[in-house]
Design a protein around this ligand. Structure first.
Ligand code: SAH
Ligand code: SF4
Ligand code: F3S
Length: 475
């Protein structure tokens, strides 16, 4: 049951199809250097942070390894968004116990959101843990490791109002050499009542626009073809130079990155419905290389529930945003969502409002979750988690089933059309096939011919499932 609640997604189905990525940027294992193994959980922000951590650790003399058994230090970069996200990490710690028994000098560190949420409690609850570092403490990690090497437990969970790691050049982990994430802001000020993120990642702050554009430029120079600009709420990106003479909003940042090269695809995630502006949509329309795909989490289709969630928009506002997207970017623009089933006091009728909103929006895909109460959040303090587990799961399954149907319908629209696909590598199912994403972020699989990873291919779509488009290259 729990697994259904956690998994959902049409997107993770697509990821199963995803390319078999060669691992190219693991550090060389230099003899004599200490080795760091890092495992990431949760959202893309965490995966991106792990690349910052790898960079900080490299400067402290650690090479990364993909073999957990070779590591001197193991970091788990954790997520706290739902209870089962934390459970997954605790299970992983259990597995690591045997390694630590064999080599007591092995250090285990907990980073990220679960570390920030539980702080020193983690050390009491999980004896195997030596180091606890929150998302704003990564510059301090070498010092924490040194402390732990002397046999002490080491903790830094201070949240910062300024830290953006702007000057740290990430080490691309598990990279395909084609697509990369760039973190443009940190934290969140929104206080959605169900959400733990404002407590684990602190106040919202935007990173220096020049450092973002420089990072994107370096990626272009290194042969990367796609960047995804990351933040919990990218549309509220706002940066000003110290003397206030230069101000950059998200639409302007997007434009600066898109102008680096017409060959560089630009994506972004996540947009909050209250903040996405016509200016952003018009900027997307102006640049062929800004992908026509928007992740626009709704969470619910019912106004009473949206109010309890403190999402600050209502169903009508959300629908009007969908209409603006379709008016400015056309019917084909990909739109995806996040939905939560069984939030506190949600009735059957209110759940049906979520289903009708999905029908209206005709989403391409979605990430769907059963509500999981998080200690300390406004919802946990104010509202009873009173929808029975089996009802949450049944509603979740109805949401997933509807999304499957919508995804299939939306994918069928592409049949017979030619799509521009950025080739990411061989398909998982067959070495004879390549795969890559189209503009709308949909995975496309096609016979490889003479084409190669990193090229753009034009593919005529001949067939599809709810998760994948299939076709043949025409150019
Ligand atoms: N900043 C993004 C969301 C980040 S968290 C936004 O506001 O859109 C990713 C998703 O996890 C959320 O959109 C929500 O659907 C889900 N989520 C967050 N807290 C949850 C909880 N307590 N229970 C279930 N799902 C939750
Ligand atoms: Fe959480 Fe809401 Fe912030 Fe998203 S916008 S991270 S759901 S508080
Ligand atoms: Fe999880 Fe933290 Fe991301 S709670 S979803 S890793 S911001």
């Amino acid at each position: 049951m729990e697994r259904i609640a956690e998994t959902l997604t049409i997107l993770s189905e697509a990821d199963k199809e995803a390319c078999d990525l060669p691992r190219i940027s693991e550090d060389e294992l230099t003899v004599g250097r200490k080795r760091l193994y890092i495992e990431s959980y949760g959202c893309q922000m965490n995966f991106s942070d792990s690349e910052i951590v790898a960079s900080v650790m490299r400067n402290a003399g650690f090479a990364t390894t993909s073999e957990v058994t070779e590591a001197d230090v193991i970091f788990l970069n954790t997520c706290a968004i739902r209870e089962n996200a934390e459970q997954k990490v605790r299970n992983r710690l259990q597995q690591l116990k045997s390694l630590k028994k064999k080599r007591p000098e092995l250090l285990v560190g907990m980073l990220g959101c679960m570390a920030e949420r539980l702080k020193t409690r983690l050390l009491e609850e999980e004896k195997i843990v030596d180091i606890v570092a929150g998302p704003d403490a990564y510059r301090d990690i070498p010092k924490l490791v040194e402390e732990a090497e002397t046999g002490q437990k080491a903790v830094n969970v201070f949240l910062s109002r300024e830290e953006t790691y702007a000057d740290i050049s990430p080490i691309r982990l598990n990279s395909n050499g084609i697509t990369a994430f760039i973190s443009i802001m940190r934290g969140c000020d929104n206080m959605c009542s169900f959400c733990v993120v404002p407590y684990t990642r602190g106040r919202e702050r935007s990173r220096d626009a020049h450092s973002i554009v420089n990072e994107a430029r370096e990626l272009v120079e290194a042969g990367y073809k796609e960047v995804t600009l990351l933040g919990q709420n990218v549309d509220s990106y706002k940066w000003a130079s110290e003397d206030g003479s230069e101000k950059v909003n998200f639409a302007q940042l997007l434009e600066r990155v898109a102008q680096l090269s017409p060959d560089l695809r630009v994506r972004f995630s996540t947009s909050h419905p209250k903040d996405i502006t016509d200016e952003v949509l018009h900027t997307m329309a102006r640049y062929e290389n800004i992908c026509k795909y928007i992740h626009l989490p709704a969470q619910s289709g019912n106004n009473r529930i949206l109010k309890l969630m403190n999402r600050t928009y209502d169903r009508e506002w959300y629908i009007q945003k969908i209409d603006r997207i379709r008016a400015i970017l056309g019917e084909d623009c990909g739109i995806s969502h996040d939905m939560i089933s069984g939030f506190c006091s949600e009735t059957e009728e209110e759940h049906r409002d979520t289903l009708t909103l999905m029908e209206y929006a005709r989403y391409d895909y979605g990430y769907m979750f059963a509500y999981s109460e998080r200690p300390g959040t406004p919802a946990a303090k104010k509202y009873a988690d009173d929808v029975p587990h089996d009802v949450k799961i049944r509603r979740l399954n109805e949401i997933i089933a509807l999304q499957q149907k919508l995804s299939l319908e939306r994918n069928q629209r592409h049949i017979g059309k030619i799509q521009k696909v950025l080739i990411e590598g061989p398909s998982k199912r067959s070495a004879e096939d390549l795969c890559g994403r189209n503009d709308q972020n949909k995975m496309v699989v096609f016979p490889k011919g003479n084409l190669q990873k990193g090229q753009y291919a034009y593919v005529r779509i001949t067939d599809c499932t709810a998760a994948t488009l299939m076709g043949e290259a025409v150019l």
